[in-house]
Unconditional design. Structure first.
Length: 153
């Protein structure tokens, strides 16, 4: 039986958000994703591995304090955005100019993010080291904790 990868997207309401928020991390991530999209656009790269190979060292030099998996996930996100742009362009849809990433979002993998559902704690790796916050349980976390099925989007 073939295996399937499932990505879970969830929003969490932090009980006591950090002072100043995570604006620096979000803006740095957005800057990296937009750089990668521009690079992919200018060089017609749709392969995640090729984009990572050609940009990883320069990104590590420019952002040495950022955990390396932020570069990895930013490359995944940029590749998805650029592929989607090309697909829309081929179908004759809205695809004017170069695509741009504007959202306040970060793709986190298991190296950057730990979730303790029972304790209600989120641990995140940042350029300032590891940070922890408590979060208010939402319906998705209650479903995950109790083992109930989660609807597919």
């Amino acid at each position: 039986m073939p295996s399937e990868t499932i990505k879970l997207t969830a929003k969490f309401k932090l009980k006591n958000p950090p002072e100043g928020g995570l604006n620096d991390l979000f803006s740095t991530y957005r800057e990296i994703v937009n750089y990668l999209i521009s690079y992919a656009f200018e060089n017609h790269i749709t392969s995640f591995y090729r984009l990572k190979k050609e940009t990883y060292k320069s990104l590590r030099k420019e952002y040495p304090e950022l955990p390396s998996h932020y570069h990895y996930t930013a490359t995944q996100m940029a590749t998805m955005i650029y592929r989607s742009y090309r697909k829309r362009k081929k179908k004759g849809g809205k695809a004017k100019g170069k695509p741009v990433f504007k959202k306040e979002a970060i793709m986190l993998d298991d190296h950057l993010f730990k979730l303790d559902l029972d304790a209600g704690i989120i641990k995140l790796s940042t350029r300032k080291g590891g940070l922890s916050w408590s979060f208010a349980p939402q319906s998705i976390t209650r479903s995950l904790r109790t083992g109930k099925s989660v609807k597919r989007g």
